[in-house]
Structure formats: C-alpha cells, structure tokens
Design a protein around this ligand. Structure first.
Ligand SMILES: *Cc1c(COP(=O)(O)O)cnc(C)c1O
Length: 404
C-alpha cells in the first residue's frame, strides 16, 4: 500500500500547512516597516499563547538556546541553583548550569517518575538562587507539578527564581505563568506551535528581570536586556529567522481559530486536544497488553511505552516506519531500546491518533508476541476514551439492547 509519512515525534512535530505557505511567501527584509509590523504582531500573539502580561522574547536558536540564556542572564558564577531532574532534559539543565559555573544541587527522580515536593523542599537552601525544572520531561513522558513547586517556593519564602522549560509543556498542559509566579517560561518552535525548529521564545517576571541586571555571567548573542529593548521597537537584535516568524504568526492564527478567534481559548483547546490524544493512546497501549513507562504522572506531550520483555523497542520503531511510514521515537540515553515514544503535541488529531493505534495493532499482531492478542481491542479502548472525553455518542450498552 501507499505509505504517507507522518511524524509522531515530540519535536519536530508535524507542520501546519498554513505556516508552510507563510514561510514560502516570507521574502521580506527584516529592517522594514512590513517586518516590524509582523514581528510586533507575533510577539503580542505569543504573550497570549504563553498566557503572561510580560514581554515575550523570540530568538533564532533551538530551545536549548533559551535554556542557556536563562542561566547566563539570571545567574553569576558561584551562584547556587537547584535542578529538578527526572530525565534527559533535566540533565541538560544540570549541565548548562555547571557550564556557567553555578553550584548545582540536584533533586533526582527515577526515569518515568516525577519528584516528591518534600524532596524539593528539603533541597532548597537559603542561598538557592534559582530552581530549574521542566513542565514536561519529554524523554520519559512525565508531567511535573509546576504549580506545586511554585507554591512551595512561595510558602517557604525562598527567594529562588522558578525557571521552567515548558518547551513541550506549552500547548499540552495548563500553566498559569503569572498567577503561579513562574519567573521564566521557555518554549520552542518545533513543538506545540507546529512550525520547523529554529525559534525559541521566553518570558521573564519582574523579579527575573531584576536578576538579569545583576548577573555577572558573560553573554552576547543571548543578552536578554538588549533583546527586550529591540523587541519593544518591533526589532530583533540580530537577523531574525524571518520565515519562521511568518510561520509562527500563521500558526498562532490557527491556534486562535481553535478558540473561536481567542488565543487564550485556543491554547486551552490545544491542551485539551493533546490530553485527549494522550488518553486515547494510553488506553490503547494498555489494552494491547503493553506497559506505560510513566503511569503515575503522564504528560500529554508524549506517551512513553515499554517494549515487551525481551524485545528491543527499536524493532517497534522500525516496524512502524518501514511498514506504515509512522515515525515514533526510541528512548534516549539509557532508555534506548527499552521504550518508544508517541507524541501528541501540536498538530495531532483524532484521525492521526486512531491511525497510529491501528498501525500499532498490526505491529503487535506480527512482531510482538502478546498472549491473547486480538485486533480491535486497542482501537475500542481508544474509541471509548474519545467518546467519554468529547461527549460523543457512546455505543448502546449490551444490557439495553437485550431489553429491547
Ligand atoms: C525539545 C526539548 C528541548 C529543546 O531541545 P532543542 O533540541 O534545543 O530544541 C528542551 N526541553 C524539552 C523538555 C524538550 O522537549
């Protein structure tokens, strides 16, 4: 059969066609009235998408660039920071902070789990300057409790800034950035906003901006003070990724359209969409007899699934690709060969989700030796979740049929 390539990867994610057209048409110079208008509009839209009153800054780099910018702008060498780490991206926070000379304390949780708030409380020291965490740990498919950590910081009267890598959290989990007191929030273009890699965005609280003024770490390209000054004039400090900015505008228009023209409502709809895709997928893989890697605190960004005992997860990844052109990801680092990950972040819908589950049933039938396997079990489980979550008509219960 014909195979259409479909990405089920947690970044890059599938591209929004309207954003691709906007990119192709973006043949404009960046120091012009036209571009300034576009840039200003996109920055304003991003504020609503992120859900903050603060300025949102846009940079030409991958998400890690904004993570590095947070560390280099908010800390000085020797500052103590606390990293909450439960996977590869948590470890990235640790490594960046070390690279900039911070004293790094770490609260670790095992892969597939989230950390205990008590452990976080106990690890906070009077001189902890910042807490660095993920909203969702993409390498394990775990959601962390950003609100819980924010509350804990307030309660404990810690002066530490809360820096959240929400690169796969934005658009998949509800975040009240200003309300909770998140000091830095970071997003990336190749995730929920459905455009190619190459842009990162972030916003800072007033407290975080005050820290930027006192930081002694070196910075040049990632000097957020300079970037903010320019952004307020509708400019970027250096040549912006013009085509990606145009794409982002088209994509934020699309997200707004999902909320009847309102971006905040569109963001909520996007989160609900990811939640539904994720819940359908979790129910399906469990009905198949597979085990979830993160059953306790699953993220809607991606679902991580154990390969059956004795089988390399790479076989499932390869089978889905060669037979159905469905691209899912293997585990990263130590998790490679043990798990595979299916993404729900951004432009995934009911049809994509059902199709992937159908393909997974085919892989299960031929490759996975699952006792009692039958076609349709996983699909039925997903159908029921969809019906329950969306209020769609459910099948008539068997008892009701018999009574007729
Ligand atoms: C994708 C991702 C990043 C950023 O990775 P880049 O390759 O630099 O874009 C950071 N954190 C998380 C949780 C991610 O999923």
């Amino acid at each position: 059969m014909i195979r259409k390539t479909r990405l089920f990867t947690p970044g890059p994610t599938p591209l929004l066609p309207a954003a691709q057209f906007a990119m192709a048409a973006a043949d404009i110079h960046h120091r012009t009235v036209e571009f300034r208008a576009l840039y200003q509009r996109v920055l304003d839209q991003l504020k609503e998408f992120v859900g903050t009153r603060q300025d949102v800054l846009l940079m030409a780099c991958s998400g890690t660039g904004a993570m590095e910018a947070s560390v280099s702008n908010l800390t000085s060498p020797g500052d103590r920071v606390l990293v909450l780490s439960a996977g590869k991206f948590g470890e990235r926070w640790r490594d960046i902070a070390k690279a900039f000379g911070c004293q790094v304390d770490v609260v670790n949780a095992p892969y597939g789990e989230t950390f205990l708030l008590d452990d976080v409380r106990n690890a906070l020291k009077p001189d902890t300057r910042a807490v660095l965490m993920q909203a969702t740990e993409t390498s394990t498919g775990v959601r962390h409790d950003v609100e819980g950590v924010a509350e804990l910081l307030k309660e404990s009267k810690s002066g530490a800034l809360l820096v959240v890598d929400a690169i796969t959290g934005l658009g998949t989990t509800h975040l009240d950035v200003d309300g909770w007191g998140v000091d830095v929030i970071i997003g990336g273009s190749q995730k929920a906003v459905m455009i190619p890699p190459g842009l990162a965005y972030l916003s800072l609280s007033d407290r975080a901006w005050a820290a930027v003024e006192t930081s002694k770490s070196p910075r040049y390209y990632f000097d957020l003070r300079k970037e903010r000054k320019n952004a307020q004039k509708g400019e970027s400090s250096y040549t912006p990724a013009v085509a990606l900015v145009a794409a982002l505008g088209a994509s934020l228009d699309f997200i707004a359209s999902q909320g009847g023209g309102d971006l905040a409502a569109g963001r909520k709809a996007l989160v609900e969409n990811a939640e539904t895709c994720a819940a359908m997928t979790r129910a399906a893989v469990e009905a198949l007899g597979l085990k979830l890697f993160a059953p306790e605190s699953p993220a809607a960004a991606a679902t991580a699934v154990y390969a059956p005992e004795g089988l390399d997860s790479g076989v499932i990844v390869k089978d889905l690709k060669t037979r159905f052109a469905a691209i899912v990801t293997n585990g990263q680092g130590e998790m490679k060969g043990k798990i595979f990950r299916i993404a729900h972040i951004g432009l995934f819908d009911y049809m994509d989700t059902i199709a992937l589950i159908g393909a997974l049933e085919q892989v299960a039938a031929s490759t996975l030796k699952i006792p009692g396997f039958e076609f349709g079990k996983a699909l039925a489980a997903a159908q029921n979740v969809y019906a329950e979550r969306t209020g769609a008509k459910k099948p008539v219960a068997e008892g009701a049929l018999a009574a007729r």
